[in-house]
Design a binder for this molecule. Structure first.
Ligand SMILES: [Zn+2]
Length: 659
């Protein structure tokens, strides 16, 4: 029942949101504020067709050939005990090339942070779907938040088996983790949040076998295959529920209401949140055929009302035209208590109520919404093993969030020169600590690397550097190719690299290998600067003092300026610095100062007294002959070797120019 269409809305290329009067259908209250979509993204010409044929089927909603597991999660929320009793009915499909006799499930809540009452999942029993009296054996390994279901016979590839797991989840009290009962009734602030809180099927892959990692406190350490879900939630009447999927049925029996949700297409997991105090705004986008709903506490109405939906609309429009269709019927933006800024789930994202207290609450709320909405593409549609490759979706999503800001807030100068440098410096974490991007959460812990810095700062900074090299169009089309090639699948770093290589037509090993795999950024030093007064050339040798600590040599363009006496500029040009590099530059006047300028996405490791440049005035003048210093012959030999090294070091790409 769609009414209240505003006549001034025209169906243009973007998403037009129309206030949807669902109050009778859903029993919700909402506000009928006007929505307008900023069309700033139309300055880009995104007109390419879907890249893969299966993606074409997806945007038509044709999933008849897609086989995956089907789950029905049926839960009953008990306010008094802060618990959720449930059944997970699994129609489990084996899409792996091995026989299974056991299937593992994560039971995460006991690993979550809490105040006084820890979270827990108590497994009550496991039975076959056909006969509730036929129990299956199961084993709980509570120290790693895991359970194994033992099958009665081997499950072969391409076959299905079905069983029901009955469980009781205790939500943490207070707590700011992914599942909690937080807030109070007396001040209308209590919210129940059910994220990562039911028995969640583990993923089998060719690298790890079963991925049975415990609940890790670093990153979003999740990894799930796509599956169809029905989500049935039984709550007290007058409690508002936000959940993954479209509300397809609502039944009230006595003082309880049963809400039945279905996301219509496969998702990686489901979640719900319930509160007696949620305010709700719902909007319908005719072009995208999606209902966007906002759920927030009254205390935050001043911030969310008339603002949040515009952010969702703008972000959704940009990602839709850039990366492809969202296609699910619903998208919920739900307020939460959390230690993070927000948390992504398919079709539903959570945003911290701490935005209220931020020094710039609008900026903060907009940033988190734009970020979490981007995860619908880079987490749900394209999946990632976030234990082994957590930097991948976070790095892409952080870059995309900055691009969103660049498109809709050009005055923020988000990609201004010094952007990468100031980002790295701002977080002050690259002062010589190893910070390889391409490593698992476990490797981060072992190597003393900071996962947050790697995933949320360094990875998007490196991606922005790539964007400046291959250009924005190639970069966006690369991300689109990556999305279309890998949607519904699990992607790795090599898939992202191959997407950019396909679009740019160039091999990018020279970029990806060092920037994603080296533990240390380059740190340059002038080895020698020799000025020959006869040939009127200056021979500059720049070394990367971190080169021996890294498996791969860096290549990047750095502006070099050379001054003669009186600070007269004699030379100013970008030069490729490929590892340790020797340059010969014609200069008429005797140079007195040579400067490497760390601008325009030049990335280097900092030390505590860093400037935005490296300079030397230590210039040796020679008159066509060897200077009278003992080390000179050694320097000449080293120069010869380093020049040879440069010639053989890297496969040149069109982006790398010979010095
Ligand atoms: Zn994220």
């Amino acid at each position: 029942m769609k009414i209240t269409m505003k006549s001034k809305y025209k169906s243009l290329t973007g998403l037009i949101f129309i206030v949807l009067n669902t109050s009778i259908l859903l029993g919700l209250t909402f506000s009928s504020n006007e929505i307008h979509i900023d069309k700033s993204y139309e300055k880009y010409d995104f007109t390419v067709e879907p890249i893969t044929s299966n993606y074409e089927e997806y945007i038509k909603g044709n999933f008849s050939d897609y086989e995956c597991s089907n789950y029905t999660l049926s839960v009953f929320l008990n306010e008094n005990t802060s618990s959720v009793v449930g059944n997970l009915t699994a129609d489990y499909y084996n899409d792996d090339p091995v026989n299974f006799t056991q299937i593992p499930f994560h039971i995460y809540p006991s690993g979550m942070q809490y105040n006084t009452r820890p979270g827990d999942i108590d497994i009550l029993n496991v039975t076959t779907s056909e006969d509730p009296n036929q129990e299956l054996e199961f084993e709980v390994l509570s120290d790693i938040q895991l359970m194994w279901v033992n099958l009665t016979s081997e499950l072969e590839p391409g076959n299905r088996t079905s069983f029901i797991i009955s469980f009781n989840t205790t939500l943490t009290d207070g707590g700011i983790d992914r599942a909690s009962d937080h807030g109070w009734d007396h001040n209308n602030s209590r919210i129940f949040k059910f994220g990562s809180a039911y028995p969640m099927p583990c993923v089998y892959d060719e690298y790890d076998g079963w991925n049975i990692d415990p609940y890790l406190s670093i990153g979003d350490p999740f990894y799930f295959d796509m599956a169809y879900y029905d989500l049935i939630i039984n709550v007290p009447n007058s409690m508002t529920v936000a959940a993954t999927g479209e509300l397809v049925e609502k039944i009230t029996i006595g003082n309880r209401t049963i809400n039945h949700y279905n996301p219509r297409l496969p998702v990686r997991e489901v979640t719900f949140s319930a509160s007696r105090y949620f305010e709700v705004e719902s909007y319908f986008s005719a072009d995208a055929n999606v209902t966007v709903s906002l759920y927030y506490l009254n205390k935050s109405s001043w911030l969310w009302h008339n603002f949040a939906v515009d952010v969702v609309g703008n972000a959704g429009s940009l990602y839709y035209v850039a990366f492809g269709n969202y296609t699910y019927p619903t998208l919920n933006i739900v307020q939460e208590y959390t230690m993070f800024g927000g948390m992504e789930y398919p079709c539903q994202v959570y945003i911290s109520e701490a935005a209220d207290r931020h020094s710039d609450p609008w900026w903060y709320l907009e940033t988190i919404i734009a970020h979490e909405v981007a995860h619908q593409w880079f987490y749900n549609l394209v999946g990632v093993d976030e234990v082994d490759w957590g930097f991948l979706d976070e790095g892409v999503v952080c870059w995309v969030t900055d691009w969103y800001k660049d498109v809709f807030h050009p005055d923020w100068n988000i990609f201004e020169p010094y952007w990468g440098l100031s980002r790295l410096r701002h977080y002050s974490l690259d002062y010589g600590l190893p910070n390889k991007i391409n490593q698992s959460v476990y490797e981060c812990i072992d190597s003393g690397s900071n996962y947050w810095y790697i995933a949320y700062t360094k990875a998007p900074t490196i991606l922005e550097k790539l964007r400046t090299i291959i250009g924005l169009d190639n970069f966006i089309y690369g991300l689109r190719y990556f999305t279309h090639e890998n949607f519904f699948e699990i992607a790795q770093l090599i898939d992202l690299q191959q997407a950019f290589e396909t679009i740019s037509g160039e091999t990018l090993d020279w970029f990806f290998l060092p920037w994603f795999n080296d533990p240390y950024l380059p740190k340059y030093n002038f080895t020698s600067v020799l000025y020959n007064t006869q040939s009127k050339t200056v021979n500059i040798t720049i070394e990367d003092v971190n080169e021996n600590l890294n498996p791969y040599s860096y290549s990047q363009q750095i502006p070099i300026t050379i001054y003669s006496s009186g600070s007269t500029l004699e030379f100013s040009e970008f030069k490729w610095i490929n590892g340790t590099t020797s340059l010969i530059i014609p200069i008429q006047k005797k140079p007195v100062r040579v400067v490497l300028n760390y601008t325009d996405n030049v990335l280097v490791q900092f030390s505590d007294h860093d400037l935005n440049y490296l300079e030397t005035t230590d210039i040796i003048v020679i008159n066509g002959q060897q200077p009278n210093i003992p080390s000179f012959n050694v320097i000449i030999i080293l120069l010869a070797f380093s020049t040879l090294g440069i010639i053989f070091m890297t496969k040149k790409s069109k982006y790398q120019i010979n010095n």
